[in-house]
Design a protein around this ligand. Structure first.
Ligand code: C5P
Length: 397
């Protein structure tokens, strides 16, 4: 399921201080199963030496148009065509100068010539000083690159090596890796809007205490990411979780089930609603205005039932394609299928709490009209991608 497994990437490294992050990027790409050929510009080699990239990629680093190791002395062709054919060329960091060269089709060194001669997609991760990024010339060049079909990853905003703060920092290596994975995914949900609930809810008892559960939000965010990777517009309504938001996902934070319901209803309409959140079934009948003091030997809490968000959305007019989760500690098939029927859902994802809650991996079975479909166990992102493929098939994509 890893979209980078077996892919061949040419990584161009141009002359910016972010070149040091390209070394980490090579490591991540190789770890993800990609074969990486690094092409270093002369300016790039001033920041990080070829030996570093060679050691990390396990391949010789190409630096010159005149490199005789390549067939017919044509490194610019040999690296992206034929047997060594690359699946993508990624330039990270891409300097303002290199972007300008790409826009005008200059071919005065190996990397620029290779970009011009390639027959595979090109992605660039710009890295430059804030003012260089904001300069109208760069803005024009980047717009032209995008119009030419080049994917521009980032840049991010933040502290810069020159001491300034602003837009122009190269994305972090892990973010570039994620973007590249997304790039290779078929856009099964292009044009679709996906709404998810994620994480636990927190039902306040008093100003400092509350009822909650151990849902981490990892499965919800894995699904949000998997939907974004295949081109959906994604909004996640999140209970209290401590996770970074996946790229391309709009996040709305809430605390209680009532707030989650409000936020979901406000975010509709959607084409697909995936209720991953472990919503508290009950909330205190009234939250105390002040901290409950100790001293009494017993404390009785009165709880009232929370609304079932998923059932309400699934039963509404113009209901999206609704997916429920059933986390059970036993009798998975019976309970999951029961839930599917009771809430009139086309699809329920069932898992045993001992397999999934809080951890990084999950084992799930999908329940739909055609029966039960166990998915191979895997990390939550792999499982999420498989669930998204199943949803796509069900909605006829
Ligand atoms: O009924 P049960 O809570 O077991 O069903 C689980 C499914 O229903 C999950 O998809 C969960 O997100 C959703 N749910 C909800 N609102 C609730 C309770 C559960 O959306 N109040």
């Amino acid at each position: 399921m890893n979209p980078l497994q077996g892919k061949r990437i040419v990584l161009g490294v141009t002359g910016g201080v972010a070149a040091y992050k390209a070394a980490e990027l090579v490591r991540l790409l190789v770890k993800a199963g990609a074969t990486v050929d690094v092409v270093l510009t002369e300016a790039g080699s001033r920041f990080v030496g070829a030996a570093t990239f060679q050691a990390l990629s396990g391949h010789p680093v190409a630096t010159s148009l005149w490199d005789e190791r390549f067939a017919g002395g044509m490194a610019h062709i040999d690296l992206t065509h034929g047997e060594r054919g690359a699946d993508a060329v990624l330039v990270a960091p891409a300097t303002a100068d290199f972007i300008a060269k790409l826009v005008h089709g200059f071919a005065d060194d190996l990397l620029s010539t290779l970009c011009l001669a390639r027959d595979c997609p090109l992605l660039v991760a710009p890295a430059m000083n804030r003012q260089m990024w904001e300069h109208p010339a760069t803005a024009r060049n980047v717009a032209q690159l995008e119009a030419d079909g080049v994917s521009v990853l980032g840049p991010a905003s933040g502290a810069q090596a020159c001491g300034e703060v602003g837009e122009g920092r190269m994305l972090e290596p892990a973010e570039i890796l994620d973007a590249l994975m997304a790039f290779f995914q078929p856009k099964l949900l292009a044009g679709k809007r996906v709404l998810l609930t994620v994480g636990p809810t927190f039902e306040a008892l008093d100003p400092v205490r509350g009822l909650t559960n151990s849902s981490s939000g990892k499965m919800g965010f894995a699904l949000a990411r998997a939907c974004a990777e295949v081109g959906a517009g994604v909004t996640a309504i999140c209970g209290p979780i401590a996770l970074p938001t996946p790229s391309g996902v709009t996040r709305i934070d809430v605390q209680s089930a009532l707030q989650m319901r409000e936020a979901v209803l406000a975010a509709l309409p959607a084409n697909i609603f995936i209720a991953v959140a472990a919503v508290a079934d009950f909330r205190p009948a009234a939250a105390m205005e002040h901290k409950i003091k100790k001293g009494a030997t017993t404390l009785t809490l009165e709880l009232v039932a929370n609304p079932d968000i998923l059932a309400e959305v699934a039963g509404g007019s113009n209901a999206p394609f609704c997916v429920g989760f059933a986390a059970e500690s036993q009798n998975l098939a019976e309970y999951a299928e029961g839930k599917r029927r009771a809430k009139h859902l086309p699809l329920v994802v069932g898992n045993l709490v001992q397999d999934g809650l809080g951890g990084d991996a999950n084992v799930v079975t999908l329940f739909d009209d055609a029966g039960a479909h166990p998915l191979p166990p895997g990390d939550k992102l792999d499982v999420a991608r498989a669930i998204v493929q199943h949803i796509s098939k069900m909605i006829g994509r």
